[in-house]
Design a protein around this ligand. Sequence first.
Ligand SMILES: [Zn+2]
Length: 109
Amino acid sequence: MTEETSCWILASIVSLEGGASGWYYAFCKDCKKKVLPVNDEYTCRRCGFIGSNPGVRYMMKVIVNDCTGCMNLLIWNNDANVMVGKSARAVLDISKNEKGVIIQNCWKK
Ligand SMILES: [Zn+2]
């Protein structure tokens, strides 16, 4: 392919990055832009929001494989919600309560 286009693929997820920045990102509840923590506080560079409890969305980094090879993909929030069966906030809260449960343990059976 030489042009940008949309397509469907049928593949299996063979790897899911489970580290702290591998499956979700925090966003500003006011303007919805990504925010990064600084000393347990999140500051939005766009609107100036400062808080300790930002919104959380999935952005899962996965490797998929079909019968022709592997590729890296991102699975965004709406699709990940359906696949996992829990919101990113719910999984993050479970992770904090259970001191390190990883996203793979929350995957919908
Ligand atoms: Zn903002």
